[in-house]
Design a protein around this ligand. Structure first.
Ligand SMILES: *[C@@H]1O[C@H](CO)[C@@H](O)[C@H](O)[C@H]1NC(C)=O
Ligand SMILES: *[C@@H]1O[C@H](CO)[C@@H](O)[C@H](O)[C@H]1NC(C)=O
Length: 350
């Protein structure tokens, strides 16, 4: 029987503490004042044994998911790293940043292979295509770009959103792309033609996160209207609205078996839902600041990244409650970047 707050919190690691304690910082490492800063994005490597994070400290980091040890620090971005993604084979990592670029990295050597320039404002979202041949990026310049991962060239620029793009997701067959925007809509694009096939409306505020279900039949979205919505990907209709969060929902994720979904919110909690019944099964607490990112591993372990400077992994089977929290270590946080994360600067009239 699952109840609110019953989930164990066995593995929590923090950017500062572990990068200092376990990883001798090399000459190329960023200044220590930026460590322990907000974790904007967390993703699993396809093996499920390592995690990638993007942070306000300008780095992309690879972590051993069982020990929390830092495996790799990818330095090169010159502003907040908003989002990270692994290639399906785990050989490459894509990242995007407030420095207007997308970077493609060799995950083994940590070398930057391509710097993709073309966006004219923060690049907020990045995603790898299932065949690894392209990456998609979404920016505060309102456009989605499709890039060739081999050459680093821009293949397509998808225009249609009327405000910042916050999230992009390929369909599992790689034929479609979903994008979520501050214009409160989700657009579904045909990648063969670059045409917008559908515009999904229903959220009453910024759409911060969109993902496809593993079978491609559904789209899940999270919004500042505090709701999580499940959509029929073919019809573009809203099937269910999951309510329970008390603040913005910034990140949503499908468990790989498709039977659970998770949402991470600025109310500092993660909720795990049954997408069929729409019931909230668990509320995971522990983060001491807003949650920006949630991701499921291949075996269904949830990871989360927060402005509290920590990444946490949540094993629903464990009863171990070991907590290690950056915030309790008295870390100083880097002041907020220029544009407010709440990103409410641009109002939308629909
Ligand atoms: C993580 O650390 C454990 C224990 O040292 C090790 O056995 C495992 O291979 C490491 N995994 C990765 C992906 O580095
Ligand atoms: C949790 O337990 C179930 C049932 O025993 C198992 O199938 C699953 O792999 C476990 N998950 C993790 C993350 O250990």
């Amino acid at each position: 029987m699952l109840r609110s707050g019953s989930c164990a919190r066995p593995t929590i690691f923090a950017l500062l503490a572990l990068s200092v304690a376990l990883q001798p910082l090399s000459a190329g490492s960023p200044p220590s004042i930026w460590e322990g800063s907000a974790v904007e994005s967390v993703r699993w490597m396809p093996t499920g044994t390592a995690l990638i994070s993007g942070s306000d400290d300008l780095t992309v980091r690879v972590w051993n998911a069982s020990t929390g040890q830092s495996l790799q620090i990818l330095a090169g971005h010159t502003d907040t790293v908003w989002s990270v993604a692994s290639s399906p084979d785990g050989k490459h990592i894509a990242s995007c940043s407030a420095d207007l670029t997308v970077r493609i990295w060799d995950a083994t050597t940590g070398k930057c292979l391509h710097t993709l320039a073309g966006h004219t404002d923060d690049v907020r979202a990045v995603s790898y295509s299932p065949d690894a041949k392209t990456v998609a990026s979404g920016g505060w310049d309102h456009v989605v770009k499709i890039w060739d991962t081999a050459t680093g060239g821009c293949l397509q620029t998808l225009q249609g959103h009327k405000n910042d793009v916050w999230s992009v997701a390929y369909s599992p067959d790689g034929k479609r792309l979903a994008s979520g925007s501050s214009d409160r809509s989700i657009k579904i694009w045909d990648l063969a033609t670059g045409q917008c096939l559908q515009t999904l409306r229903g959220h009453r505020d910024y759409v911060r996160s969109v993902v496809y279900s593993p079978d491609g039949a559904h789209i899940l979205s999270g919004s500042d209207d505090q709701a999580v919505k499940l959509w029929d990907a073919a019809q573009g209709t809203c099937l269910r609205t999951l309510r329970g969060h008390s603040y913005y929902v910034w990140s949503v994720a499908f468990r790989p078996d498709g039977r659970r979904v998770a949402s991470g919110s600025w109310d500092k909690t993660i909720k795990v839902w049954d997408p069929v019944s729409g019931k909230c099964l668990q509320t995971l607490t522990g983060h001491t600041d807003v949650i920006d990112s949630v991701a499921y591993s291949p075996d269904g372990t949830l990871a989360s990244g927060s402005d509290d400077g920590s990444i946490r992994t949540w094993d629903p089977n464990s009863t171990n409650h070991r907590i290690f929290n950056a915030a309790s270590e008295g870390l100083t946080r880097k002041p907020r970047q220029s544009k407010s994360k709440a990103g409410k600067a641009v109002e939308v009239v629909l």
